[in-house]
Each structure stands twice: as structure tokens, then as C-alpha cells.
Design a protein around this ligand. Structure first.
Ligand SMILES: Nc1nc2c(c(=O)[nH]1)N[C@H]1C(S)=C(S)[C@@H](COP(=O)(O)OP(=O)(O)OC[C@H]3O[C@@H](n4cnc5c(=O)[nH]c(N)nc54)[C@H](O)[C@@H]3O)O[C@H]1N2
Ligand SMILES: Nc1nc2c(c(=O)[nH]1)N[C@H]1C(S)=C(S)[C@@H](COP(=O)(O)OP(=O)(O)OC[C@H]3O[C@@H](n4cnc5c(=O)[nH]c(N)nc54)[C@H](O)[C@@H]3O)O[C@H]1N2
Ligand code: SF4
Ligand SMILES: [Mo]
Length: 893
């Protein structure tokens, strides 16, 4: 254990976060402590973990946890809560029909949970109205897979990433979002693998790549079609493979011929240099072992399905599929996005890769003994919440997702939830969404729940419990099974999760005449064998062996066994930019936060790489708009307005903006990206276009600002118009604020923040600059610090935040507080570069200045980048930046 005491037990489990699905070994200590390490024998990570995985131990505390069921905010027993949910759902169905109720679920549920949710809604309630947050994530790839391969099948495996000669990242910032896989590919790159990144932004993935195509937003289909046309021109396609295994090649070629496909014309439309595009096309033509990874830059688009298909077309035409190191590879985001797609979490699929075709539907109904099984797809996420808002849906159960933050146009989502007559939320913690719940149900979280998840390469791994259930929290599958029984349905009486899993595996094998999703080899697992299940890739046939790669024999899951190429034409984004909103707002992820921060927001080390919501903008755009780096900026769209810190950077294209998706009411109510995003979707997949909303931006121009450090978490006073951000620190909470009001409002805020504080140590006030410094000390211990100013200058916060760790405030710190200056050299570590080893930007820059000129050299001096390595691209960038500034002549004047 980290603290030197012996572990009580060691448990192997799977990381709570991304779709890489890393194996984790948890050494469980006293209380709820655990020290985690990468599982050296897990095939997904072979012992590695990224910054988020490494910090899992810091997120298992009970702060903010839901520990008992509540009804209208009052504690209830499970019997009461279960009975009420069953009664209200039954009444609603009786009065308004089956389709007046809905479940909105998540890729953060286990496969067993997902299976039960789907069986209850589609099988027994008899409505298709269950959809998952994977609609926001994977739906476009799923639709592309179905059209091209006949089912939602991911051909490749991680080994392909090791042996490929060329990896293309299409709208995929792997360095930050799938760091452990990215490290694997960096290792391959050291052996000669080439990397091409297609992303409008110069991300950390693009930073060290062999080629970065900073394409105009939403121009991917043009680029990939152009590639296929170029391959045809060169004769670099695989005619034998096409003849043997692919339909529609000629149709696609004819469609391509309708427009100018010259490299010059395509480069102009995609906004990239002709030479760069030519380099990509040459690389693709030359490397049979090519993997094309695609992620949210492809899927989250109004032409997301077309983007996926245009990538798959290039692979089918070159026969680069089902072979080592060659495949189109849609990478999954959430730990169990794949499990949800398997079990039927999406409104338009039934279960086990069977859809609503009558024979599929009857087969599933027969298996379940459920004559009422839904006959048609239900509403997809965005439509579902529209139906909640306009009253068609009158009861909704949200599980393991935070739609008040993560769905587009979140203002409208909140309205819908507020209006809905009956809202049930199962979660582990209070969230922006639980605020709307009539019934809150406490679910087991990571480290407590037990079951299976499937990662990006179809690998099923066990999540196992490290701790006993806290409070009254229960497993999601059990919560739903109890409600199903209370509603009077048969077939929900499982005694444990192993029997849920067995039933699910049996369904995949049931009357299976060629469905590749087949778990027959797992359908008779004893509880012991289920407990000990080792990571395995489906299909798992009767011999119990897994399958790394699909389509090895060139057979697909279509009626004639042949893959289908699909002609797809480029279209613009759903909503064009114009005079009112001239810029394109792109959104996505940052390195150390996970989604709505309900877990990573508990680990201060993960909050210091990018502590506040920001909007990234190109220097020339910033200059034209009078925006300074670090100043607050207002971003406005047709939906709403948000305020974030301007980050001026040439890594952004001109005309584009980027905002992270993560912040919530709990951390930065005015910095939420999804109040801004328009709910435009791909017409086939229903996936929202999170990567493009027309927007404009201007300076916020606060009249005062400040920060308040305290031992407890504060929320901004209700009704005050200000920009508020909370940043968790090791020993205190840092609250940053800025406002445009007058002195009266400023005073009101000060009073609200400092109400009830005793033992004041210093008050310094300078009416001329509006400066105020105040510190409160109780029993020698610092309890709060307030700094405010109207002139805009505030001291660094790090040294103040660190004073909260002192049991007794040192004498020199007392006088420093008075002067508003740190004693001696200022403790300002800068932003956290390496979250694993806690190395700040200042230390990294010092090492570079002292001569460290490679990430390895910086690592040797500071430790930065030596654990998970996800900060190595940033360190490389810092080395480059310092080399440039040191060559520039010193500024005079
Ligand atoms: N640190 C961290 N890691 C995560 C997550 C997290 O919250 N935090 N979440 C997980 C989940 S659920 C998911 S889905 C994955 C997502 O993983 P990624 O898809 O890698 O993440 P994003 O940042 O959403 O988007 C990827 C890139 O798409 C680019 N993009 C925008 N528009 C376009 C376009 O028109 N064309 C192209 N080619 N690219 C474009 C964006 O600039 C962005 O860099 O990450 C997983 N991993
Ligand atoms: N603007 C913008 N918005 C986006 C995206 C984007 O790129 N840009 N990306 C989209 C994508 S790809 C995704 S995947 C979504 C993610 O969006 P969400 O799913 O809303 O994000 P999370 O914060 O992961 O929410 C998961 C919730 O489930 C809870 N939870 C965790 N484990 C369990 C469990 O076992 N049981 C229960 N009952 N609860 C649990 C957590 O406490 C948390 O509150 O966001 C989407 N929204
Ligand atoms: S890459 Fe990081 S977040 Fe993803 S599963 Fe591995 S340790 Fe967890
Ligand atoms: Mo996702």
C-alpha cells in the first residue's frame, strides 16, 4: 500500500473510464482505501494506466454519494421507492400507453444492467423507448457498420495497432482520450509506424504525428472520397478482394465521378495544402497495413454515418480488413459502450444484434417469453427528450448518465425534466440531473459493482467489487429487476449477476444461424467460473475460445456474405455559419477530466491541467475581437451564452472555437458547453453534431474579480450575475469569480461568501484599486482567504492554497497574507503538466531551460511523463516553444 500498511486483499478489475478497458489491480486497505496499479497480464494495457486510471483511488470516497433512496427529497426505504416507481410507470402506461414511458441509460452500466433494462422496457413494458448516451457517442459508427458489414461489428483488435505500418486518426485525440493505446502506438512509431491525424485542431495527438491535416470542419467525407478516387486512379485497389467479397464498388466509383476529384480540388474544399493531401494519399496507397481509427470527430456530426462509410469504403476497396494491421477501427468511448450495443441499449436495435425485422423480433420475444415485446424502434435520445418536453413521455428513468449536462441544448433538456410528471434517476452521486428527480435511487459505483464490460476490441472483462456496498446502494440490475417484479412481470427473478449473464449469453446463441455476436461458450458459466472469468474477445463459440479479428475469411454478416460499399456524398454541417454567428464551435474532451466530472472532479491532481472552462481561439481571431489570452470571453450561439477563459492558440484553425464539454453547475455554471450546442442530428443515426454549432465570441469585460479559498465547497449565491468556477485543491476549495455589477453587488457577494466566518486575521482594503484581502484563522489554522480587485491583478493562488495544509499557520505566512505576496520565492507551479507525478509547468520549463531537450530528458530530471506518458506530447510542445522564444530577439520597450 502507498501508506506502507499491508493490503487486506488484492482484486483484479477493469478501469471505470474509457473504452480501452485497462485491467486494474486494486490493493484494498483499511476503510475505503485502495491503491491501484495496471494489471500486467491484462491484454488491453499490460500494466499501464493513464492519469485518470492511476487516480481511481482518489475518487472512491463517499463525499456527494447517494446512500439511500429518496422520494421527493425525503429518505425512503427500498420497498417504498420500488413500489412507487412500479406504480407510477404502470399507471402512466395504463392511462397513456406504453410509449408514454422511457428509459435513458448509459455506457457506464455493466452488461448485466443493460440486459435487464432492455428486457424490461422492450420485452415486458413493450415499448422501444430505451436509448443510451451511446447515441451521443457511437450511433453513427453503429449505423455505418450495419450498412457495410450487415451488423454492428468492429473488425479489428489492439494487436492491429501494434503491427500496422500506418495509423490514421480521424477526429480522434487519442493522446488524451485513449492514452494507454496511444502509448502503444507511440512505441510502434518508434519502430517505424507512420501517424496521420485528421483534425481541424492541432491536438497533442497531431503534435508529434508524421502528418497533420487540419481540415476545415466537417469536410471529412470529401477527403475520404478523394482518397478513394485517387486510389482508383493509381490502380491501388484490390480487384480480387472486391470481386470475391464486396458489392457496389462500381456504383461508388460512378458516384465519385460526378464531381472533380483532383487532389487540388479536394485540398481546396478541405482547406489543406495540396502537398499535404498528396502525402496522405501516397502514404495510404503505399501501406497495406493501415488502420483508420475514427472517433467523435467522425461520429458526432450531421453526416456522421457518411463519414464512417467513406472510411470503410476505402478499406473495402483495398481489401484492408480482417488482416493483421489492417482495418477501419471505430474506437469506443465509454467503458461499456460496446456492451450496450450488444444487449440492445439503443432504441433502434432489439438485443443480441437482432433488430425489429419480424423474424428477429419473434425470436427474441420467444426467448423472453414476452408476447408484448416491442415491434418497432423507440425514440432516439434527442427525440426522446423532445417528447418529454412536449408531454408525450410522462415518466422517464435515467440511469448512469447526466443528460442535464451532456445532451445538446441542455437548457431545453432541463426544461423537459422540470416539466416531466415523473422522473427517476439512478446514480451514485448528486448531479445536475438528480436535481430534477422525483425519486433518486442510489446505485453501486466503480469499486462496488460487479459484472462485465466490453471494450473497443470486443473484449469482455470483469469489473469486480473492492468494497462492500455503501449505505443502501444497490446494483442497477437488481434495482430494475425488483421494479419489474413489482410491476408483475415474470422472468426477472435472478438470484445473482452470474445468472443474468448466463441468460444474456444464451440469447446470443439462441437460434443463431450466423450472427457473429455469439457467446455460446460462456452460456453455462458457473458462478465461480463467472467470478474468475479472464478477459476474452467475442465471438466465443462452444469451444470457449475468443476471436481477436473478424472477417478473416472475407465473409460478412449480410445475406449474401459480401460487404457493401455505400455511395456517400459530402454535405455541409446541419447549420451553416453566417453573419450573426460567424464561427464554428467545436467541443470535446480534455486530458484529465471524465465527462461531467462526477468522479475525476474529486481528484485535485486531475483538476490542475485545465482548471477552468476555456474557449480556444486562433491568435488572429482573438486579435480582431480584442480578446486577450487568459481573459474571460462570452460565447454566444442561437441557443444561449456561456463565459469561459480565452485560450489564444495557433493550434486552433481560424474561424473555429473549441470548448471542453466537462463543466457543470457544481463546478462552473456559466461555463457549460452544452447550453450552447444546437440539437442538430445525423438523419440516420440520430447522433448530435457536437463538433459544430455556429457561434460568436467577445470579451466579457468584468468590472471586478477575485477568489475565495475555503475548506468547504460553496455555490454562488442564487440570483447574482457572475462568472463562478470551483477548483478543488488538496487542502481547500478554490472559488474564482468575476462580475460586471456595481459595488453594491460586489459587497453583497463578499457578505454572502464570508457569512458565519469567525476569527478574522487581516483585512486590507484599498478603495482606489478596489483591492481587498481578508484571511480568517481559527485555532492557528487558516480557514478562508478572500481576495478581490477591480484593477485585474491578483496574486498566484498556489502558495495560498498550500497554506491550508498547515496545521498551524507559520508566522511568515501571516505577514505574507497581509502583504498579499508569498514569502520568499513565489510558489506557483503553473498548470499541472504531469498529473501522475504532480509536475507543474514551471518545473518542466526550468528543466528545459537547464538543457533537457527531449521528453525523456525532461522525464529524467523531473519525473514528468514517466508513468502514463499522456503528457509527453505537451512536454515536446513546451520544448519546441522554448526553443522558438529563445531564438527570437529580446523585445525592446
Ligand atoms: N480524458 C478523457 N478521455 C476520454 C473521455 C473523457 O471524458 N475524458 N471520454 C471517453 C468517451 S465517452 C469518448 S466518446 C472518447 C472520445 O474521444 P475523442 O473522439 O478522441 O475525443 P473528442 O475530444 O470528443 O473529439 C476528438 C476530436 O475530433 C475533432 N473534430 C472536431 N470536428 C471535426 C471534424 O469535422 N473532422 C474531424 N476529422 N475531426 C473533428 C476535435 O477537434 C477533437 O480533437 O473519449 C473517451 N476518453
Ligand atoms: N458538447 C459535447 N457534449 C457531449 C460530448 C461532446 O463531445 N461534446 N460527448 C458525448 C459523449 S461521447 C458522451 S459518452 C456523453 C457522456 O455524458 P454522461 O453520460 O452524461 O457523462 P458522465 O459524467 O460520465 O455521467 C455518468 C453518470 O453516471 C454515474 N454512474 C457511474 N457509474 C454508475 C453506475 O454503475 N450506475 C449508475 N446508476 N450510475 C453510475 C456517474 O456518477 C455520472 O453521474 O457526453 C456527450 N456529450
Ligand atoms: S486508458 Fe486510462 S481511462 Fe482508459 S481504461 Fe486505461 S487507465 Fe482507464
Ligand atoms: Mo462517448
Amino acid at each position: 500500500m502507498a501508506d506502507g500498511s499491508a493490503a487486506l486483499k488484492t482484486v483484479k478489475t477493469t478501469c471505470a473510464y474509457c473504452g480501452v478497458g485497462c485491467g486494474v489491480t486494486g490493493a484494498v486497505g483499511q476503510g475505503r482505501s485502495v491503491s491501484v496499479a495496471g494489471d500486467v497480464v491484462h491484454p488491453a494495457n499490460l500494466g499501464r494506466l493513464c492519469s485518470k486510471g492511476s487516480a481511481l483511488g482518489a475518487t472512491v470516497g463517499l463525499e456527494g454519494r447517494l446512500l439511500e433512496p429518496t422520494i421527493n427529497g425525503k429518505t425512503a426505504t427500498w420497498a417504498e421507492a420500488t413500489a412507487l416507481v412500479a406504480k407510477r410507470f404502470k399507471e402512466t402506461i395504463a392511462r397513456h400507453g406504453r410509449d408514454s414511458v422511457a428509459f435513458y441509460v448509459s455506457g457506464q452500466l455493466l452488461t448485466e444492467d443493460y440486459y435487464v433494462a432492455n428486457k424490461l422496457m422492450k420485452g415486458f413494458i413493450g415499448s422501444g423507448n430505451i436509448d443510451t448516451n451511446s447515441r451521443l457517442c457511437m450511433a453513427s459508427a453503429v449505423a455505418a457498420h450495419k450498412q457495410a458489414f450487415g451488423a454492428d461489428l468492429v473488425p479489428g483488435c489492439y494487436e492491429d495497432l501494434d503491427v500496422a505500418d500506418l495509423v490514421v486518426f480521424s477526429g480522434h485525440n487519442a493522446a488524451w482520450t485513449h492514452p494507454v493505446l496511444f502509448r502503444r502506438m507511440e512505441a510502434a512509431r518508434a519502430r517505424g509506424q507512420k501517424h496521420v491525424v485528421i483534425d481541424p485542431r492541432r491536438t497533442d495527438t497531431a503534435e508529434g504525428a508524421d502528418l497533420h491535416l487540419a481540415i476545415a470542419p466537417q469536410s471529412d467525407v470529401r477527403l475520404w472520397n478523394g482518397l478513394l478516387a485517387d486510389l482508383v486512379r493509381r490502380g491501388a485497389i484490390d480487384r480480387d478482394y472486391i470481386a470475391g467479397h464486396v458489392n457496389n464498388f462500381e456504383q461508388v466509383v460512378a458516384m465519385l465521378a460526378e464531381v472533380d476529384q483532383s487532389v487540388e480540388a479536394v485540398a481546396a474544399d478541405c482547406g489543406v495544402a495540396v502537398e499535404d493531401l498528396q502525402t496522405f494519399y501516397d502514404l495510404f496507397a503505399a501501406n497495406a497495413r493501415t488502420v483508420s481509427l475514427f472517433s467523435m470527430g467522425a461520429n458526432q456530426s450531421a453526416q456522421g454515418v457518411a463519414k464512417g462509410l467513406s472510411i470503410i469504403n476505402a478499406h473495402l476497396a483495398t481489401g484492408r480488413i480482417g488482416k493483421p494491421g489492417a482495418c477501419p477501427f471505430s474506437i469506443t468511448g465509454q467503458p461499456n459502450a460496446m456492451g450496450g450495443r450488444e444487449t440492445g441499449g439503443m432504441a433502434n436495435t432489439l438485443a443480441g444484434h437482432m433488430d425489429f425485422a419480424p423474424e428477429d423480433r419473434d425470436r427474441v420475444a420467444r426467448f423472453w417469453g414476452a408476447p408484448d415485446t416491442a415491434r418497432a424502434p423507440g425514440l432516439k435520445a434527442v427525440e426522446m427528450f423532445e417528447a418529454v418536453r412536449d408531454g408525450r413521455i410522462k415518466a422517464i428513468w435515467v440511469m448512469a448518465t447526466n443528460p442535464a449536462v451532456s445532451l445538446p441544448d441542455s437548457g431545453a433538456i432541463r426544461e423537459a425534466l422540470a416539466k416531466c410528471p415523473f422522473v427517476v434517476v439512478s446514480d451514485c452521486v448528486e448531479t445536475d440531473t438528480t436535481a430534477f428527480a422525483d425519486v433518486k435511487l442510489p446505485a453501486l459505483g466503480w469499486g462496488e459493482k460487479d459484472g462485465t464490460v466490453t471494450n473497443s476490441e470486443r473484449r469482455i472483462s470483469r469489473q469486480r467489487a473492492l468494497f462492500p456496498a455503501p449505505g443502501q446502494a444497490r446494483a442497477d440490475w437488481k434495482i430494475m429487476a425488483d421494479v419489474a417484479v413489482a410491476m408483475g412481470f415474470d422472468g426477472f427473478g435472478w438470484s445473482n449477476n452470474a445468472s443474468v449473464f448466463r441468460e444474456w449469453a444464451r440469447l446470443t446463441a439462441y437460434e443463431n444461424q450466423g450472427r457473429l455476436l455469439n457467446l455460446s461458450g460462456l452460456s453455462a458459466l458457473t458462478p465461480e467460473a463467472y467470478g474468475e472469468l479472464l478477459p476474452i474477445q467475442w465471438p466465443v463459440k462452444a469451444d470457449g475460445k475468443g476471436t481477436p479479428r473478424l472477417f478473416v475469411d472475407g465473409r460478412f454478416q449480410t445475406p449474401d456474405g459480401r460487404a457493401r460499399m455505400v455511395p456517400v456524398k459530402p454535405r455541409g454541417p446541419a447549420e451553416a455559419t453566417g453573419d450573426a454567428f460567424p464561427m464554428s464551435l467545436n467541443t470535446g474532451r480534455i486530458r484529465d477530466q471524465w465527462h461531467t466530472m462526477t468522479r475525476t472532479g474529486l481528484a485535485p491532481d486531475l483538476c490542475r491541467h485545465a482548471p477552468e472552462p476555456y474557449v480556444e481561439i486562433h491568435p488572429e481571431d482573438a486579435e480582431a475581437l480584442g480578446l486577450k489570452d487568459g481573459a474571460l470571453a462570452r460565447v454566444t450561439t442561437s441557443r444561449a451564452e456561456a463565459v469561459a477563459v480565452a485560450k489564444v492558440s495557433d493550434r486552433q484553425r481560424r474561424g473555429s472555437l473549441f470548448m471542453p464539454m466537462h463543466w457543470t453547475d457544481a463546478f462552473a455554471p456559466s461555463g457549460r458547453a452544452n447550453t450552447l450546442v444546437a440539437p442538430r442530428v445525423d438523419p440516420t443515426s440520430g447522433q448530435p453534431e457536437f463538433k459544430h454549432t455556429p457561434a460568436r465570441v467577445r470579451a466579457y469585460r468584468e468590472t471586478w474579480k477575485g477568489f475565495f479559498l475555503s475548506r468547504s465547497v460553496l455555490s454562488p449565491p442564487v440570483g447574482t450575475d457572475l462568472v463562478w468556477r470551483r477548483i478543488p485543491q488538496d487542502a481547500c476549495q478554490q472559488h474564482e469569480f468575476a462580475g460586471r455589477g456595481d459595488a453594491v453587488e460586489r459587497d453583497a457577494l463578499r457578505k454572502a461568501l464570508t457569512k458565519g466566518l469567525a476569527g478574522e486575521l487581516v483585512t486590507y482594503e484599498d478603495p482606489a484599486t478596489g483591492a481587498r484581502r481578508q484571511a480568517w484563522v481559527e485555532d492557528g489554522r487558516l480557514v478562508a482567504v478572500l481576495y478581490m480587485t477591480t484593477t485585474g491583478r491578483l496574486p498566484p493562488r498556489d502558495w495560498l492554497a498550500e497554506l491550508f495544509a498547515e496545521e498551524t499557520l507559520p508566522a511568515e505566512a501571516r505577514s505574507a497574507l497581509l502583504f498579499g505576496r508569498p514569502p520568499g520565492a513565489p510558489v506557483d507551479k503553473g498548470s499541472m503538466v504531469c498529473a501522475c507525478l504532480k509536475v507543474g509547468a514551471k518545473a518542466v520549463n526550468a528543466a528545459i531551460a537547464a538543457g533537457a531537450d527531449t521528453p525523456d530528458a525532461v522525464g529524467a530530471v523531473t519525473g514528468a511523463g514517466t508513468n502514463c506518458g499522456s503528457c509527453r506530447p505537451e512536454i515536446a510542445r513546451m520544448i519546441k516553444a522554448l526553443a522558438v522564444t529563445s531564438k527570437e530577439p529580446a523585445h525592446v520597450g
